[in-house]
Ligand binder design. Sequence first.
Ligand code: ZN
Ligand code: FE
Length: 260
Amino acid sequence: MTIELIPLPAFSDNYIWLLHDGRQAVVVDPGDAQPVLDALAARPGLSLQSIWLTHHHHDHTGGVQALRQATSAQVAGPARESIPQPAQPLQAGDCLTALGLRFEVLEVPGHTAGHLAFFCPDAGGQALLFCGDTLFSGGCGRLFEGTPAQMLGSLDRLAALPADTRVCCAHEYTLSNLRFAAAIEPGNAALAEHRARCEDLRNAGRPTLPSLIGLERAINPFLRSREPAVIQALTRLDPALSPDDEVAVFARLRQWKNEF
Ligand code: ZN
Ligand code: FE
């Protein structure tokens, strides 16, 4: 049976990712139960098997208890964070199986201290990544609990995944991220092209996600903080910045985005 991947919009800009094979379903980061219950009701015969959580923030976990009451779904999430219990505690190196697929658990601290990502090397011939609020299309999560060095390491880990990996981010922040990205790299043609495509998608009311790792490597300044054009933009902004200090460069990039 073929596997379908659906972003369920929630709140103003969240996506709850639904993966299903027509019989069993997994959701990632259900901040609200209702979009998931609606999606299940629209597909008779589909039952929610698993709820996977990338991190503890309420906009990713707020729907868990209601979904637990309405379904027999099992919850799994970061061992190092406070999440709705009972939940299977996950850490780096663990594996999750659902719908006949095997997902590796990655630890990607930065946005939160115990943030996880779920990576499936082969979901119907293409790799698949659920990365919560760590990597966004054209951007990355804010550093609420982690250090710039941790986030840079986490993004390096995700950037090293296969180029054709579908990237399922938990927010539709793409257009504002790409506006910032274009201010940093006005000469990046792939970025300008992606931005135009995403504007068309949003004008048509469609998600810009999933993205692809290969595309993000070409357009996302937070995966490109060692590129000369990005370093130059930052040293122009802050002449005191040492271009050889990659963590300082990344930290300055994240700070500039916060102020943008
Ligand atoms: Zn978050
Ligand atoms: Fe979030």
